[in-house]
Design a protein around this ligand. Structure first.
Ligand SMILES: Cc1ncc(COP(=O)(O)OP(=O)(O)O)c(N)n1
Ligand SMILES: Cc1nc(C(=O)O)sc1CCOP(=O)(O)O
Ligand SMILES: [Mg+2]
Length: 379
């Protein structure tokens, strides 16, 4: 048995790992395994702190900061099952043959995201090393390191999606949902008027039109929006979004999930998700969605609802999520200030614009109120 001071407090530690704590020079294999565990624990914890700082100070994202922090704490908790004193005693930083080996890439990072990504990779590699070497000590703790590694992949996906979506939705504040209209010309003049009015994203949403009509309208939408740099999204139908080469698809809570929709539309297309509760919003972020619709905020002429998420939901989202979030449901020029006061600065609107006597003018009014200066003054 090792001396009492070397014994770990936790009963998760197997007798084999405790034997390793007896790091006599005659047992170099065991000492080496302890050194690998010690180095990997430090690397993983330090790397998670770098990632947490990115979520906190660069993205300003409360949800992803809390996620990274939880992983750091769970790592510490899992490591309490290892013989801590022995790990430190096995440490031989001066004699570490790897300490002076560095690659050119390690010294250069293009931007803060590159820093975070490099740290995420180091965290994942360290967790794998921890998982393998701690198998000597017992499957329980190895399994915890494996779970943490998978969680770090989820964190990487959510951070990458949030960062890229913030860029792609830069300046996109007015998102208008349009039906297929009576004929192609009517549809095209509506789209042209909405773009002239300042809509920065348009969604084709029509529950009645047949597939051929929907595809024709989706193609017309893409042709018109592309030249203007306006986003073209197709509601419900990743197949039609792909055929029309739209910028993306919007899916609801009972439709295909982000992963399945992305399998159809491809990795670069946008996938938006409807959310009605903070739990759904958090799940959409962790699933790697590119934006969320948050509603219903107010009673709507377009769709009937029994319950309303309301302004309180928008406040919850604004407080912790940086993924682009659009308030939806009955939003119009009159109630827009209430939306802006929640901290939500993007809206998705149908009736108030598409059904207005002059859709272009209605879009213009909302677009003006949503400019950063006006929105800040109203919030
Ligand atoms: C931007 C945006 N947000 C929410 C929705 C609603 O989607 P869903 O819940 O799937 O309902 P339907 O639109 O399909 O009736 C949306 N379309 N767009
Ligand atoms: C289609 C839809 N989905 C909503 C949700 O809350 O998920 S609200 C909504 C209706 C949006 O149209 P309008 O601006 O006319 O109310
Ligand atoms: Mg839907």
């Amino acid at each position: 048995m090792p001396p009492r001071s070397l014994a770990a407090p936790s009963d998760q530690v197997s007798s084999r790992l405790l034997e390793m704590s007896d790091h006599s020079p005659t047992n170099p294999d065991s000492v080496g395994a302890l050194r690998a565990i010690d180095a990997s624990l430090n690397r993983a914890a330090e790397g998670l702190r770098v990632v947490e700082d990115y979520a906190r100070f660069v993205l300003d994202d409360g949800l992803l900061t809390a996620f990274a922090k939880r992983l750091r704490h769970e790592l510490a908790d899992a490591s309490s099952g290892l013989p801590g004193d022995s790990l430190v005693k096995a440490r031989e930083t001066q004699r570490d043959v790897g300490a002076s080996i560095s690659t050119e890439a390690e010294g250069q990072r293009g931007d803060a995201w590159m820093v975070a990504l490099a740290s995420l990779k180091r965290v994942q590699q360290s967790l794998r090393s921890l998982e393998e070497y701690s198998k000597i000590g017992g499957a329980d703790v190895a399994g915890r390191f494996e779970t943490l590694r998978y969680e770090s992949y989820t964190l990487e996906k959510a951070l990458a999606a949030t960062r890229s979506a913030i860029e792609r939705f830069d300046g996109v504040r007015l998102y208008v949902l349009v039906g297929a209209c009576g004929d192609a010309r009517e549809f095209e003049s509506l789209v042209v008027a909405l773009m002239a009015g300042g809509a920065q994203a348009l969604q084709l949403r029509d529950k009645q039109a047949d597939d051929r009509t929907l595809l024709a309208r989706a193609r017309a939408l893409v042709a018109l929006t592309r030249q203007a740099g306006v986003l073209a999204i197709v509601n419900d139908r990743p197949d039609l979004a792909t055929l029309a080469r739209a910028d993306g698809v919007h899916v609801g809570q009972t439709e295909l999930g982000v992963k399945e929709a992305r399998t159809i539309v491809g990795p670069n297309a946008l996938v938006g998700v409807s959310t009605h509760t903070i739990e759904q919003a958090r799940a959409a972020v962790l699933d790697g969605a590119d934006y969320i619709g948050c509603g219903p905020t107010f009673p709507s002429q377009t769709k009937s609802f029994d319950a309303f998420a309301g302004l309180a939901f928008l406040e919850q989202v604004a407080a912790e999520v940086r993924l682009p979030a659009f308030a939806i449901g009955g939003v119009d020029a009159a109630n827009l200030p209430q939306v802006l006061q929640t901290g939500c600065s993007r809206v998705a609107v149908s009736a108030a614009v598409a059904q207005a006597a002059d859709p272009g003018a209605a879009a213009k009014l909302l677009a003006k109120a949503l400019t950063p200066d006006n929105a800040a003054a109203a919030s």
